[in-house]
Design a protein around this ligand. Sequence first.
Ligand code: CA
Ligand code: CA
Length: 335
Amino acid sequence: MNIRPLLLVLVTAIAIAPAIASAHGGGLDKCGGHEDRGGGGYHVHDWALFCGCNPKAEECILKQTLKPGESADTTTPTTPTKPTKPAPPSPGTSPPQQSGNTQIASFNTAKKFAFAVHDEHRITLYCGCRYDGDLVVDHTSCGYQSKSGSHRATKVEWEHVVPADAFGQSFKEWRDGDPTCVNRKGESFKGRNCARKASSLFRLMEADIYNLYPAIGEINNLRSNYSMADLPGEPREFGQCDVEIHDGKFEPRPEIRGDIARTYFYMDAAYPGRGIISRKNRSLFEAWDRHDPVDTWECERAALVAEFQGNVNTIVATACENRVKGAVSREPHHD
Ligand SMILES: [Ca+2]
Ligand SMILES: [Ca+2]
C-alpha cells in the first residue's frame, strides 16, 4: 500500500492551486516557484513572491503570525521526511526520549494526513462504524443510533483523544491571551484561537496525528473535553455503540482502551509538563494498556503516522516489536 504520493499531490494541489498561473520550464514563475514534473506538485523557492500570490496559504499565514525568535515551519506537506527507526532499548536503561511532531504545522493539514492514514481502515474509533471517502458514516455497519438526530451524527470528524482543551490550558496564550491576539475591532482574545496564533508548540501539539482519530461528530461533540474513566453500568444510549458518557466522564469500548491509553502515554512523553495525564488516570491507563495490548492495525497505523509526521511513537513501536518477538518465540522448535 502506498497512499502517500497520491495524498501529497492532492494536498499540494489544494494548497497552491491559485498560484499556478503560468509555470514555465527551468525558471521560476511569477509566484516564486515551479512545477515539479518529476515528483509532482509545486516547489517554492521564493517565499516572499509565493506569499504575495497566495496570502492565504498555510505557510504564509504561519509566517505572519510567528513571534520573533520562533522558527517558521515552512516544510510543505509535500515533503515529510522519512522516520528513522528507534534504537531498540537495551535492558536496564531508561526508555528513549520521545520526540513529538515537528513537521505538521496546522490542524487543517493534520486532518488531511489523518484521513490518508486511515484510508484503508475507515472505521470510527469509539463506535467501530464504517465511513466512506466523503466522511459519511454508515450507521447500519455498527448498529449506531443517533441520540440527537443532528447532522453531526452522520459525519466523521477528527477527534483529539487527548483533548486540545486539556493541554491548551497549560499555555499562557490560552489562559491569559497574548499581545498579538487582537481582532480587527481591537479586542483581545484568548483560548484556543490565541494559542493557535501565538504558540508554534500549541499548533504542533494540536496537529499531532498520533492523537487524531476518526469519530462520529455526535460522539466527538458529546465527549467534549471529558476525561477517560471506568463508569459503572452498561447503558447503551447510541444503539449498539459501546460508549458511555456521564457526569463529565467518558468510557470507551474495551477494544480501544489500550489504544487510548497509549495515545495518552505518547502525548505525555512527547510534550512533558502539559498536564496530559492526571495521577488518577495514570493507573487507569496502565490497566487499559495491559488489558488491551497492541494489535495489527494499531501497529500499522503507528507506522503510517511515522511516515507522514516523521517521528516514531516509541511506546507503540516498542510494544509492536515485542509482539512480533513474542509471536516468534511461541513458534514450535524443530531440531
Ligand atoms: Ca461501563
Ligand atoms: Ca485495541
